[in-house]
Design a protein around this ligand. Structure first.
Ligand code: UDP
Ligand code: MG
Length: 328
C-alpha cells in the first residue's frame, strides 16, 4: 500500500495551521480508512524559520495528532528551498509525496485523483488551476504573464501549475541529481520526464492570514525562474549587438552620402558612424562573452545528462530456463 506524505511549507502560518490540520487529517483519515494509503502516511509541516509561533504550534499539533509530522529549517530560506528540503526528507519515508501550500488555496479533493493517476503508473502528477477568479486581477495578470514570458524564453513549465503536485519516490530521487543552487522547482521537475499527467482544480482563497508572497518575493521568484532555466537573455544581447552593427553600416552609407552631398558640418559623419559601430560591436562582444559564461553556467549545474525510465532485461538464469523449456 502507498505511504503518502503531504509536504507543507509554512512561514508565519499560525493563523491557518489549526484549520489546515483539521482538513488535511480528515482527508488522510478517509484515504487510510478506504484502504488507499497506508496508516504510516503523514502531514509533514516544514517550518521555514517562522518568526511567529508556527513551530510551537506544529509541535503541539504533532503531540495531539499522530498524523502530523514536523520538520524545522535552520532559518528562513524561502518557499522553494524549504519545499525542496521537505521533499528530500519525505522521500526517504514515503512512496509518494504531495507538495501543497499551508493556506489550502489548492483544492485538497484533487488528492484522490492524483493518487488514481499515481496508481496508474504516473511518477509526477501536476495540479493545474482551472480558474483564478478568486485571485485579485493584479495577481492573476502578473502570474499568467509570468508563465507566458517563461515559455517565450524557452523554459518548459506547465501552464498555471504552481507547486501543488504529486511526485513518486523515484522521481524525487532523480530530482536530487539536479545540483542547482538557484532553485525553481516547477521548471526542473518538468526536466525529469517519466510518465506524467495533470489534474485540474479551482483555486480558492487563503484560509486566513495574508499572502507570504508579496510582489518583491514574486519578482525574485520570476527572475530565478528565468535565469535558472534559460540563457536566452544572453543570446538576446548577442542578437541585439549584431542588429545594431548592421544599423551602423546603414548609417555609414547614409552619412557618407550626406557628406558627399555636402549638407553636413565637418566631423558629424565620423562621429555618428563611430558611435553606432562601436556601440554595436561592444554589445556583440559582450554577447559573445556571455555565450561562454552561459556555457559555464550550465556546466556548473552538473545536471544529470540522462535519466533511465525502465530497463527490460532478463537475468541469465531466466534466459537459460526458457531455452530449456523450449527444447523438450
Ligand atoms: N512560504 C515559505 N517561505 C517563505 C514564503 C512562503 O515557506 O519565505 C510558504 C507559505 O507558508 C505557504 C507557501 O509558501 O505555505 C505559499 O505562500 P503563500 O500562500 O503566501 O503564497 P501565494 O499563494 O500568495 O502565492
Ligand atoms: Mg497561498
Amino acid at each position: 500500500m502507498t505511504t503518502l506524505y503531504l509536504a507543507v511549507p509554512c512561514y508565519n502560518e499560525q493563523e491557518v495551521l489549526p484549520d489546515t490540520t483539521e482538513k488535511l487529517s480528515a482527508k488522510l483519515n478517509s484515504l487510510i480508512n478506504g484502504g488507499r494509503i497506508s496508516p504510516e502516511s503523514r502531514i509533514m509541516y516544514i517550518d521555514d524559520g517562522s518568526k511567529d509561533t508556527t513551530w510551537e504550534l506544529i509541535t503541539k499539533l504533532h503531540e495531539e495528532n499522530p498524523l502530523v509530522a514536523g520538520l524545522k529549517m535552520s532559518r528562513n530560506r524561502g518557499h522553494q528551498n524549504t519545499l525542496y528540503g521537505g521533499l528530500m526528507v519525505a522521500k526517504e519515508l514515503a512512496d509518494a509525496v504531495i507538495s501543497i501550500d499551508a493556506d489550502l488555496q489548492d483544492d485538497i479533493d484533487a488528492i484522490d485523483e492524483m493518487l488514481d493517476k499515481y496508481e496508474n503508473g504516473c511518477d509526477i502528477v501536476y495540479g493545474v488551476r482551472s480558474k483564478r477568479d478568486t485571485d485579485t486581477f493584479f495577481k492573476r495578470f502578473t502570474a499568467e504573464g509570468f508563465y507566458k514570458i517563461l515559455s517565450f524564453l524557452g523554459a518548459e513549465v506547465v501552464f498555471n501549475h504552481a507547486d501543488y503536485r504529486l511526485m513518486s519516490k523515484r522521481a524525487l530521487d532523480e530530482l536530487q541529481n539536479f545540483r542547482e543552487v538557484n532553485l525553481f522547482l516547477r521548471g526542473i521537475v518538468t526536466m525529469i520526464g517519466f510518465k506524467t499527467d495533470t489534474v485540474e482544480y479551482k483555486r480558492k482563497e487563503r484560509l486566513a492570514g495574508e499572502s507570504k508572497y508579496p510582489l518583491k518575493k514574486m519578482l525574485s521568484l520570476a527572475w530565478e525562474g528565468v535565469t535558472s532555466l534559460s540563457i536566452k537573455p544572453i543570446r538576446l544581447i548577442t542578437v541585439l549587438g549584431a542588429l545594431v552593427f548592421i544599423v551602423s553600416i546603414i548609417m555609414l552609407i547614409y552619412s557618407l552620402v550626406t557628406h558627399i552631398l555636402g549638407s553636413t558640418t565637418w566631423g558629424w559623419t565620423s562621429l555618428i558612424v563611430s558611435i553606432w559601430a562601436l556601440g554595436g560591436l561592444q554589445l556583440f562582444a559582450i554577447g559573445v562573452i556571455g555565450e561562454y559564461i552561459g556555457k559555464i553556467y550550465l556546466e556548473a549545474k552538473r545536471r544529470p545528462r540522462f535519466i533511465v525510465d525502465k530497463l527490460i532485461n532478463r537475468t541469465a538464469d531466466e534466459t537459460t530456463e526458457e531455452a530449456s523449456e523450449e527444447t523438450p
